[in-house]
Design a protein around this ligand. Structure first.
Ligand SMILES: Cc1cc2nc3c(=O)[nH]c(=O)nc-3n(C[C@H](O)[C@H](O)[C@H](O)COP(=O)(O)O)c2cc1C
Length: 498
Protein backbone atom coordinates (compact mmCIF):
# COMPACT_ATOMS: atom_id res chain seq x y z
CA UNK A 1 0.00 0.00 0.00
CA UNK A 2 1.22 3.53 -0.63
CA UNK A 3 1.49 5.91 2.29
CA UNK A 4 -1.79 7.75 1.62
CA UNK A 5 -3.72 4.47 1.49
CA UNK A 6 -1.99 3.30 4.68
CA UNK A 7 -3.02 6.47 6.51
CA UNK A 8 -6.63 6.30 5.35
CA UNK A 9 -6.83 2.61 6.23
CA UNK A 10 -5.32 3.18 9.68
CA UNK A 11 -7.70 6.03 10.40
CA UNK A 12 -10.69 3.95 9.35
CA UNK A 13 -9.58 0.88 11.23
CA UNK A 14 -8.91 2.74 14.47
CA UNK A 15 -12.33 4.32 14.69
CA UNK A 16 -14.30 3.51 17.80
CA UNK A 17 -17.76 2.39 16.72
CA UNK A 18 -20.96 2.26 18.73
CA UNK A 19 -20.96 -1.52 18.46
CA UNK A 20 -17.20 -2.10 18.62
CA UNK A 21 -14.18 -0.31 20.01
CA UNK A 22 -10.94 -0.16 18.00
CA UNK A 23 -8.71 -3.15 18.64
CA UNK A 24 -6.85 -2.91 21.94
CA UNK A 25 -5.59 -5.16 24.69
CA UNK A 26 -8.17 -7.53 26.10
CA UNK A 27 -6.78 -7.14 29.57
CA UNK A 28 -4.30 -4.86 31.33
CA UNK A 29 -1.90 -5.53 34.12
CA UNK A 30 -1.96 -2.12 35.81
CA UNK A 31 1.20 -2.89 37.76
CA UNK A 32 3.06 -3.43 34.48
CA UNK A 33 2.48 0.06 33.04
CA UNK A 34 5.51 1.13 30.97
CA UNK A 35 7.89 3.41 32.85
CA UNK A 36 6.80 7.04 32.25
CA UNK A 37 10.44 8.16 32.58
CA UNK A 38 13.15 7.11 30.14
CA UNK A 39 16.68 7.33 31.49
CA UNK A 40 19.91 7.42 29.53
CA UNK A 41 22.17 5.20 31.60
CA UNK A 42 25.77 6.32 31.53
CA UNK A 43 24.93 9.85 30.32
CA UNK A 44 26.16 12.73 32.45
CA UNK A 45 23.23 14.25 34.33
CA UNK A 46 23.02 18.00 34.80
CA UNK A 47 20.51 19.24 37.39
CA UNK A 48 18.40 22.21 36.33
CA UNK A 49 17.77 25.01 38.83
CA UNK A 50 14.28 24.57 40.28
CA UNK A 51 13.31 27.95 41.66
CA UNK A 52 14.61 30.52 39.19
CA UNK A 53 12.53 33.70 39.12
CA UNK A 54 10.85 34.57 35.84
CA UNK A 55 12.31 37.80 34.45
CA UNK A 56 9.94 40.78 34.40
CA UNK A 57 8.11 41.20 31.07
CA UNK A 58 9.64 43.76 28.79
CA UNK A 59 13.26 42.87 29.51
CA UNK A 60 15.12 40.95 26.88
CA UNK A 61 15.79 37.46 28.21
CA UNK A 62 18.90 35.69 27.02
CA UNK A 63 19.01 31.91 27.01
CA UNK A 64 20.99 30.46 29.92
CA UNK A 65 20.73 27.30 31.96
CA UNK A 66 18.38 29.24 34.27
CA UNK A 67 16.03 30.51 31.60
CA UNK A 68 16.01 27.13 29.85
CA UNK A 69 15.02 25.63 33.18
CA UNK A 70 12.11 28.08 33.49
CA UNK A 71 10.99 27.20 29.99
CA UNK A 72 11.02 23.44 30.60
CA UNK A 73 9.47 23.77 34.05
CA UNK A 74 6.36 25.55 32.70
CA UNK A 75 5.95 23.32 29.65
CA UNK A 76 7.00 19.70 30.17
CA UNK A 77 8.01 19.27 33.82
CA UNK A 78 6.14 17.51 36.61
CA UNK A 79 3.79 19.97 38.30
CA UNK A 80 2.31 17.72 41.01
CA UNK A 81 2.23 14.22 42.42
CA UNK A 82 -1.10 12.66 43.38
CA UNK A 83 -1.59 9.97 45.93
CA UNK A 84 -4.49 7.65 46.63
CA UNK A 85 -3.86 4.90 49.15
CA UNK A 86 -0.62 3.21 48.21
CA UNK A 87 -0.69 4.56 44.62
CA UNK A 88 1.30 7.62 43.68
CA UNK A 89 1.57 9.17 40.23
CA UNK A 90 2.98 12.34 38.72
CA UNK A 91 1.23 14.90 36.55
CA UNK A 92 2.88 17.33 34.20
CA UNK A 93 2.42 20.84 32.86
CA UNK A 94 0.78 19.40 29.75
CA UNK A 95 -2.03 16.82 29.74
CA UNK A 96 -1.64 13.40 28.19
CA UNK A 97 -4.06 10.73 27.12
CA UNK A 98 -4.36 8.31 30.02
CA UNK A 99 -1.56 10.28 31.75
CA UNK A 100 0.82 7.97 29.87
CA UNK A 101 3.09 10.72 28.47
CA UNK A 102 4.52 9.30 25.24
CA UNK A 103 6.40 12.54 24.39
CA UNK A 104 10.13 12.87 25.15
CA UNK A 105 11.87 16.24 25.01
CA UNK A 106 15.42 16.93 23.79
CA UNK A 107 17.48 20.13 23.99
CA UNK A 108 20.20 21.09 21.48
CA UNK A 109 22.38 23.85 22.87
CA UNK A 110 25.32 25.75 21.45
CA UNK A 111 27.00 28.67 23.18
CA UNK A 112 24.43 28.84 26.02
CA UNK A 113 25.71 30.27 29.33
CA UNK A 114 25.93 27.66 32.07
CA UNK A 115 25.36 24.72 29.74
CA UNK A 116 27.97 22.91 27.67
CA UNK A 117 27.25 22.45 23.98
CA UNK A 118 25.38 19.24 23.40
CA UNK A 119 22.24 17.26 22.72
CA UNK A 120 20.44 16.60 26.00
CA UNK A 121 17.50 14.42 26.95
CA UNK A 122 15.15 16.20 29.36
CA UNK A 123 14.58 14.03 32.43
CA UNK A 124 11.18 15.15 33.78
CA UNK A 125 11.39 13.01 36.90
CA UNK A 126 14.26 15.03 38.35
CA UNK A 127 14.04 18.15 36.19
CA UNK A 128 17.51 17.55 34.81
CA UNK A 129 19.32 17.08 31.51
CA UNK A 130 21.16 13.94 30.38
CA UNK A 131 23.99 14.51 27.92
CA UNK A 132 23.16 12.34 24.92
CA UNK A 133 25.70 13.74 22.42
CA UNK A 134 28.53 16.24 22.23
CA UNK A 135 31.32 17.24 19.84
CA UNK A 136 34.94 17.98 20.60
CA UNK A 137 35.00 20.66 17.91
CA UNK A 138 31.84 22.48 16.89
CA UNK A 139 31.97 25.04 14.08
CA UNK A 140 31.61 28.53 15.57
CA UNK A 141 28.21 29.54 14.24
CA UNK A 142 26.88 31.62 17.12
CA UNK A 143 24.66 30.68 20.02
CA UNK A 144 21.48 28.68 19.44
CA UNK A 145 18.91 26.77 21.42
CA UNK A 146 16.56 24.17 19.97
CA UNK A 147 14.00 21.76 21.37
CA UNK A 148 13.06 18.51 19.66
CA UNK A 149 10.41 15.94 20.46
CA UNK A 150 9.95 12.22 19.99
CA UNK A 151 7.12 9.86 20.85
CA UNK A 152 7.41 6.45 22.42
CA UNK A 153 4.19 4.96 21.05
CA UNK A 154 4.36 1.85 23.24
CA UNK A 155 3.50 3.94 26.31
CA UNK A 156 0.09 4.66 24.75
CA UNK A 157 -0.27 1.39 22.84
CA UNK A 158 0.17 -0.55 26.07
CA UNK A 159 -3.26 0.71 27.13
CA UNK A 160 -5.02 1.81 23.95
CA UNK A 161 -3.81 -0.67 21.32
CA UNK A 162 -4.13 0.30 17.68
CA UNK A 163 -5.73 3.74 18.24
CA UNK A 164 -2.73 4.80 20.35
CA UNK A 165 -0.80 6.56 17.60
CA UNK A 166 -3.61 9.10 17.34
CA UNK A 167 -3.16 9.91 21.04
CA UNK A 168 0.59 10.33 20.65
CA UNK A 169 -0.08 12.98 18.03
CA UNK A 170 -2.79 14.81 20.00
CA UNK A 171 -0.43 14.84 22.97
CA UNK A 172 2.28 16.28 20.72
CA UNK A 173 -0.04 19.18 19.91
CA UNK A 174 -0.61 19.85 23.60
CA UNK A 175 3.15 19.82 24.20
CA UNK A 176 3.82 22.30 21.38
CA UNK A 177 1.16 24.61 22.80
CA UNK A 178 2.61 24.27 26.29
CA UNK A 179 6.07 25.17 24.97
CA UNK A 180 4.69 28.18 23.09
CA UNK A 181 3.05 29.51 26.28
CA UNK A 182 6.10 28.86 28.39
CA UNK A 183 8.35 30.55 25.84
CA UNK A 184 6.01 33.55 25.86
CA UNK A 185 6.79 33.99 29.58
CA UNK A 186 10.36 34.72 28.49
CA UNK A 187 9.38 36.79 25.47
CA UNK A 188 10.63 34.08 23.11
CA UNK A 189 8.82 33.15 19.90
CA UNK A 190 9.69 29.57 18.95
CA UNK A 191 9.69 28.61 15.28
CA UNK A 192 8.89 25.09 14.11
CA UNK A 193 11.39 23.76 11.58
CA UNK A 194 10.45 22.09 8.31
CA UNK A 195 12.85 19.17 8.80
CA UNK A 196 12.02 15.76 7.41
CA UNK A 197 11.92 12.79 9.76
CA UNK A 198 15.18 11.22 8.53
CA UNK A 199 17.09 14.44 9.14
CA UNK A 200 15.54 14.69 12.60
CA UNK A 201 16.56 11.08 13.28
CA UNK A 202 20.14 12.07 12.47
CA UNK A 203 20.18 15.08 14.82
CA UNK A 204 18.68 13.04 17.67
CA UNK A 205 20.59 9.81 17.09
CA UNK A 206 17.38 7.86 16.50
CA UNK A 207 19.05 6.20 13.51
CA UNK A 208 21.60 4.61 15.86
CA UNK A 209 19.69 1.35 15.78
CA UNK A 210 22.15 -0.51 17.99
CA UNK A 211 21.62 1.99 20.82
CA UNK A 212 17.94 1.05 20.87
CA UNK A 213 18.43 -2.70 20.56
CA UNK A 214 16.06 -4.47 22.95
CA UNK A 215 14.36 -1.28 24.15
CA UNK A 216 11.42 0.75 22.85
CA UNK A 217 12.27 2.86 19.79
CA UNK A 218 11.51 6.60 19.74
CA UNK A 219 9.67 8.15 16.81
CA UNK A 220 10.91 11.55 15.57
CA UNK A 221 8.22 14.23 15.70
CA UNK A 222 9.45 17.81 15.31
CA UNK A 223 12.14 20.35 16.17
CA UNK A 224 11.82 24.04 16.97
CA UNK A 225 14.23 26.95 17.29
CA UNK A 226 13.96 28.86 20.54
CA UNK A 227 16.87 31.17 19.97
CA UNK A 228 19.53 31.96 17.38
CA UNK A 229 20.33 30.17 14.15
CA UNK A 230 17.53 28.14 12.58
CA UNK A 231 20.15 25.49 11.75
CA UNK A 232 20.64 23.17 14.76
CA UNK A 233 24.12 21.94 15.69
CA UNK A 234 24.95 18.36 14.71
CA UNK A 235 26.83 16.42 17.40
CA UNK A 236 29.09 13.50 16.71
CA UNK A 237 29.93 11.73 19.99
CA UNK A 238 27.11 9.74 21.51
CA UNK A 239 26.66 8.86 25.17
CA UNK A 240 24.39 6.66 27.24
CA UNK A 241 21.97 3.81 26.72
CA UNK A 242 18.19 4.24 26.78
CA UNK A 243 16.33 2.42 29.53
CA UNK A 244 13.79 -0.31 28.88
CA UNK A 245 10.27 0.88 29.71
CA UNK A 246 8.33 -2.38 29.67
CA UNK A 247 10.13 -5.64 30.36
CA UNK A 248 7.14 -7.85 29.50
CA UNK A 249 4.96 -6.37 26.75
CA UNK A 250 1.87 -8.55 26.51
CA UNK A 251 0.69 -7.43 23.06
CA UNK A 252 2.12 -6.26 19.75
CA UNK A 253 0.48 -3.73 17.46
CA UNK A 254 2.45 -3.77 14.18
CA UNK A 255 -0.01 -1.33 12.63
CA UNK A 256 1.52 1.41 14.82
CA UNK A 257 4.86 1.03 13.08
CA UNK A 258 3.06 1.16 9.72
CA UNK A 259 1.22 4.40 10.48
CA UNK A 260 4.37 5.93 11.99
CA UNK A 261 6.31 5.10 8.82
CA UNK A 262 3.56 6.30 6.49
CA UNK A 263 3.25 9.68 8.22
CA UNK A 264 6.95 10.53 8.37
CA UNK A 265 7.79 13.77 6.59
CA UNK A 266 8.45 17.45 7.10
CA UNK A 267 6.10 20.06 8.38
CA UNK A 268 5.51 22.35 5.39
CA UNK A 269 7.31 25.70 5.45
CA UNK A 270 5.06 28.47 6.70
CA UNK A 271 3.27 30.66 4.22
CA UNK A 272 4.06 34.38 4.49
CA UNK A 273 0.49 35.01 5.48
CA UNK A 274 0.63 32.75 8.56
CA UNK A 275 4.20 33.66 9.47
CA UNK A 276 3.16 37.12 10.58
CA UNK A 277 -0.31 36.31 11.90
CA UNK A 278 0.68 34.92 15.31
CA UNK A 279 0.47 37.17 18.37
CA UNK A 280 3.87 37.68 19.94
CA UNK A 281 2.99 39.64 23.04
CA UNK A 282 0.25 37.71 24.83
CA UNK A 283 1.28 35.56 27.73
CA UNK A 284 -0.44 33.20 30.09
CA UNK A 285 0.40 33.66 33.76
CA UNK A 286 3.01 31.22 35.07
CA UNK A 287 0.67 30.22 37.90
CA UNK A 288 -1.88 28.97 35.38
CA UNK A 289 0.72 26.98 33.47
CA UNK A 290 1.75 25.23 36.69
CA UNK A 291 -1.78 24.89 38.10
CA UNK A 292 -3.52 23.56 35.00
CA UNK A 293 -5.28 20.21 35.46
CA UNK A 294 -7.81 18.14 33.55
CA UNK A 295 -11.18 17.81 35.24
CA UNK A 296 -12.04 14.21 36.04
CA UNK A 297 -15.68 15.17 36.65
CA UNK A 298 -17.89 18.24 36.14
CA UNK A 299 -20.75 19.32 38.39
CA UNK A 300 -23.45 19.11 35.71
CA UNK A 301 -25.27 22.29 36.74
CA UNK A 302 -23.02 25.37 36.70
CA UNK A 303 -23.97 27.84 33.99
CA UNK A 304 -21.02 29.36 32.15
CA UNK A 305 -21.23 33.18 31.95
CA UNK A 306 -21.36 34.59 28.41
CA UNK A 307 -18.03 36.46 28.68
CA UNK A 308 -16.21 33.25 29.73
CA UNK A 309 -17.77 31.40 26.80
CA UNK A 310 -16.62 34.09 24.39
CA UNK A 311 -13.10 34.03 25.86
CA UNK A 312 -12.93 30.31 25.13
CA UNK A 313 -14.09 30.81 21.56
CA UNK A 314 -11.72 33.72 20.97
CA UNK A 315 -8.85 31.52 22.17
CA UNK A 316 -9.70 29.03 19.41
CA UNK A 317 -9.48 31.51 16.56
CA UNK A 318 -6.20 32.00 14.68
CA UNK A 319 -4.08 34.48 16.64
CA UNK A 320 -6.40 34.19 19.64
CA UNK A 321 -4.17 32.28 22.04
CA UNK A 322 -0.45 32.11 22.74
CA UNK A 323 -1.02 28.33 22.86
CA UNK A 324 -1.34 28.17 19.08
CA UNK A 325 1.06 31.02 18.36
CA UNK A 326 3.82 28.83 16.96
CA UNK A 327 1.53 27.14 14.43
CA UNK A 328 2.89 28.09 11.00
CA UNK A 329 0.09 26.74 8.82
CA UNK A 330 -3.37 27.96 7.85
CA UNK A 331 -6.24 26.75 10.06
CA UNK A 332 -7.58 23.34 8.99
CA UNK A 333 -9.33 22.22 12.18
CA UNK A 334 -12.75 23.65 13.11
CA UNK A 335 -14.69 23.32 16.39
CA UNK A 336 -18.30 22.17 16.55
CA UNK A 337 -19.84 22.87 19.97
CA UNK A 338 -22.36 21.12 22.15
CA UNK A 339 -23.67 24.05 24.19
CA UNK A 340 -25.28 22.62 27.32
CA UNK A 341 -25.27 25.45 29.86
CA UNK A 342 -24.10 28.90 28.81
CA UNK A 343 -25.87 32.06 30.01
CA UNK A 344 -28.00 33.62 27.28
CA UNK A 345 -26.95 31.08 24.67
CA UNK A 346 -29.70 28.70 23.55
CA UNK A 347 -28.56 25.11 24.10
CA UNK A 348 -27.72 23.32 20.88
CA UNK A 349 -25.15 22.46 18.28
CA UNK A 350 -22.96 25.34 17.08
CA UNK A 351 -19.96 25.73 14.81
CA UNK A 352 -16.98 28.11 14.86
CA UNK A 353 -15.24 27.85 11.46
CA UNK A 354 -11.64 29.05 11.84
CA UNK A 355 -11.21 30.13 8.22
CA UNK A 356 -13.34 31.54 5.43
CA UNK A 357 -12.61 28.53 3.23
CA UNK A 358 -13.52 26.20 6.11
CA UNK A 359 -16.83 27.99 6.54
CA UNK A 360 -17.72 27.50 2.87
CA UNK A 361 -16.54 23.90 2.61
CA UNK A 362 -18.24 22.84 5.85
CA UNK A 363 -21.44 24.57 4.76
CA UNK A 364 -21.44 22.43 1.63
CA UNK A 365 -20.46 19.17 3.33
CA UNK A 366 -22.68 19.21 6.41
CA UNK A 367 -26.33 18.31 6.92
CA UNK A 368 -28.68 20.31 4.70
CA UNK A 369 -31.11 20.96 7.59
CA UNK A 370 -28.58 22.95 9.62
CA UNK A 371 -29.68 26.54 10.15
CA UNK A 372 -26.27 28.34 10.15
CA UNK A 373 -27.84 31.20 12.11
CA UNK A 374 -25.20 33.78 13.14
CA UNK A 375 -25.00 33.57 16.93
CA UNK A 376 -22.52 36.27 17.93
CA UNK A 377 -21.84 39.80 16.78
CA UNK A 378 -18.05 39.50 16.94
CA UNK A 379 -17.20 35.83 16.53
CA UNK A 380 -17.85 33.55 13.52
CA UNK A 381 -20.21 31.43 15.62
CA UNK A 382 -23.23 29.83 13.96
CA UNK A 383 -26.10 27.92 15.49
CA UNK A 384 -26.75 24.70 13.59
CA UNK A 385 -29.63 23.34 15.68
CA UNK A 386 -31.29 24.39 18.93
CA UNK A 387 -31.55 21.26 21.06
CA UNK A 388 -30.54 19.71 24.34
CA UNK A 389 -27.47 17.73 23.37
CA UNK A 390 -26.24 16.32 26.71
CA UNK A 391 -27.26 12.74 25.99
CA UNK A 392 -25.95 12.80 22.46
CA UNK A 393 -22.63 14.32 23.54
CA UNK A 394 -22.25 11.65 26.22
CA UNK A 395 -23.09 8.82 23.83
CA UNK A 396 -20.67 9.88 21.10
CA UNK A 397 -17.90 10.48 23.69
CA UNK A 398 -17.77 6.76 24.57
CA UNK A 399 -20.58 7.24 27.12
CA UNK A 400 -18.36 9.41 29.35
CA UNK A 401 -20.22 11.57 31.87
CA UNK A 402 -17.77 14.45 31.42
CA UNK A 403 -19.30 15.06 27.97
CA UNK A 404 -22.81 15.63 29.37
CA UNK A 405 -21.89 17.24 32.69
CA UNK A 406 -19.64 19.90 31.17
CA UNK A 407 -21.07 23.30 30.26
CA UNK A 408 -19.74 23.12 26.68
CA UNK A 409 -18.44 20.18 24.68
CA UNK A 410 -16.36 20.35 21.52
CA UNK A 411 -15.78 18.16 18.48
CA UNK A 412 -12.76 19.17 16.41
CA UNK A 413 -13.51 18.66 12.70
CA UNK A 414 -10.42 18.45 10.49
CA UNK A 415 -10.14 19.06 6.77
CA UNK A 416 -8.91 15.58 6.07
CA UNK A 417 -8.78 13.79 2.71
CA UNK A 418 -7.17 16.61 0.72
CA UNK A 419 -4.31 17.44 3.13
CA UNK A 420 -3.56 13.73 3.65
CA UNK A 421 -3.58 13.07 -0.12
CA UNK A 422 -1.17 15.95 -0.63
CA UNK A 423 1.24 14.80 2.11
CA UNK A 424 0.51 11.87 4.44
CA UNK A 425 2.54 13.61 7.19
CA UNK A 426 -0.35 16.08 7.35
CA UNK A 427 -2.25 13.41 9.28
CA UNK A 428 0.09 14.05 12.21
CA UNK A 429 -0.03 17.81 11.74
CA UNK A 430 -3.83 17.88 11.86
CA UNK A 431 -3.72 16.05 15.20
CA UNK A 432 -1.10 18.53 16.48
CA UNK A 433 -3.38 21.41 15.48
CA UNK A 434 -6.32 19.80 17.31
CA UNK A 435 -4.16 19.17 20.40
CA UNK A 436 -3.07 22.81 20.38
CA UNK A 437 -6.66 23.97 20.25
CA UNK A 438 -7.45 21.71 23.18
CA UNK A 439 -4.58 23.32 25.05
CA UNK A 440 -5.81 26.81 24.21
CA UNK A 441 -9.17 25.82 25.72
CA UNK A 442 -7.59 24.30 28.82
CA UNK A 443 -5.64 27.45 29.60
CA UNK A 444 -8.46 29.86 28.77
CA UNK A 445 -10.82 27.85 31.00
CA UNK A 446 -8.33 27.60 33.86
CA UNK A 447 -7.76 31.36 33.78
CA UNK A 448 -11.48 31.92 34.35
CA UNK A 449 -11.89 29.39 37.16
CA UNK A 450 -13.30 26.70 34.85
CA UNK A 451 -11.54 23.58 33.67
CA UNK A 452 -11.13 21.49 30.52
CA UNK A 453 -10.56 17.85 29.70
CA UNK A 454 -9.43 16.28 26.44
CA UNK A 455 -11.56 13.41 25.19
CA UNK A 456 -9.71 11.03 22.90
CA UNK A 457 -12.36 8.34 23.19
CA UNK A 458 -15.26 9.08 20.83
CA UNK A 459 -17.28 7.23 18.20
CA UNK A 460 -15.96 8.73 14.99
CA UNK A 461 -18.72 7.85 12.56
CA UNK A 462 -21.47 8.63 15.07
CA UNK A 463 -20.09 12.19 15.06
CA UNK A 464 -20.08 12.22 11.28
CA UNK A 465 -23.69 11.00 11.27
CA UNK A 466 -24.74 13.91 13.53
CA UNK A 467 -22.97 16.40 11.28
CA UNK A 468 -24.13 14.77 8.05
CA UNK A 469 -20.54 14.23 6.88
CA UNK A 470 -20.77 11.41 4.37
CA UNK A 471 -17.18 11.00 3.22
CA UNK A 472 -13.67 11.71 4.45
CA UNK A 473 -13.33 15.27 3.18
CA UNK A 474 -13.73 16.06 6.90
CA UNK A 475 -13.14 13.86 9.95
CA UNK A 476 -13.63 14.54 13.64
CA UNK A 477 -10.26 13.92 15.32
CA UNK A 478 -10.65 15.09 18.94
CA UNK A 479 -13.29 15.96 21.53
CA UNK A 480 -12.98 18.34 24.44
CA UNK A 481 -15.13 19.39 27.40
CA UNK A 482 -15.12 22.50 29.57
CA UNK A 483 -17.12 22.86 32.77
CA UNK A 484 -17.02 23.44 36.51
CA UNK A 485 -14.80 20.71 37.95
CA UNK A 486 -15.61 18.49 40.91
CA UNK A 487 -12.44 17.52 42.70
CA UNK A 488 -11.88 14.07 44.08
CA UNK A 489 -11.35 14.72 47.79
CA UNK A 490 -9.80 11.27 48.27
CA UNK A 491 -6.64 12.33 46.40
CA UNK A 492 -3.74 13.98 48.18
CA UNK A 493 -1.60 16.45 46.22
CA UNK A 494 2.16 16.46 46.77
CA UNK A 495 4.78 18.90 45.45
CA UNK A 496 6.36 18.34 42.03
CA UNK A 497 9.95 18.24 43.27
CA UNK A 498 11.17 18.01 46.84
C1 LIG B 1 -5.28 13.49 23.83
C2 LIG B 1 -5.96 13.35 25.16
C3 LIG B 1 -7.07 12.54 25.28
C4 LIG B 1 -7.72 12.41 26.51
N1 LIG B 1 -8.85 11.64 26.60
C5 LIG B 1 -9.54 11.57 27.77
C6 LIG B 1 -10.78 10.88 27.83
O1 LIG B 1 -11.26 10.31 26.84
N2 LIG B 1 -11.42 10.87 29.04
C7 LIG B 1 -10.92 11.49 30.16
O2 LIG B 1 -11.55 11.44 31.22
N3 LIG B 1 -9.74 12.17 30.10
C8 LIG B 1 -9.06 12.23 28.95
N4 LIG B 1 -7.88 12.96 28.87
C9 LIG B 1 -7.35 13.64 30.08
C10 LIG B 1 -6.19 12.85 30.68
O3 LIG B 1 -6.69 11.73 31.34
C11 LIG B 1 -5.36 13.74 31.61
O4 LIG B 1 -4.70 14.70 30.85
C12 LIG B 1 -4.33 12.94 32.38
O5 LIG B 1 -4.94 12.09 33.29
C13 LIG B 1 -3.34 13.83 33.12
O6 LIG B 1 -3.99 14.69 34.00
P1 LIG B 1 -3.75 16.26 33.94
O7 LIG B 1 -4.21 16.72 32.60
O8 LIG B 1 -4.56 16.82 35.06
O9 LIG B 1 -2.28 16.50 34.10
C14 LIG B 1 -7.23 13.10 27.65
C15 LIG B 1 -6.10 13.92 27.51
C16 LIG B 1 -5.47 14.07 26.29
C17 LIG B 1 -4.29 14.99 26.16
Amino acid sequence: MDAVATVLAYHERTKHRLDQYATGPGSLDWDAQPDPFRRWAGATEIPLPRDSAIPEPGNEVVPTLETLSILLRHAVAITAWKQYGPSRWSLRAHPSSGNLHPTETYVLSRGIAGLGDGLYHYQARDHSLELRASSPLLPDEGASLHLAFTSIPWREAWKYGERAFRYCQLDMGHVLAAVACSAALLGWSPRLLALDSDTLDGYLGLDRIDDFAGVEQEEAEVMLTLFGNAEPPAFTEWHGRPSLLDARPMYQWPIIEEIAEATRGALPSPSDETRTAAPRTQRVSPEILLRRRSAQAFDGHSVMPGPVFRQLLAALLPGGSPAASLWPLAARVHPVLFVHRVAEVVPGLYILPRSESGLIALGEAMRREFAWTPADVDLPLYQLVAARTERTARTVSCHQDIASQCAVGFMFVAEFAAPVAEAPAAWRHLHWEAGMLGHALTLAAEAEGWRGTGIGCFFDDADHEILGLKDDRFQVIYHFAVGMPVDDARLTTLPAYD
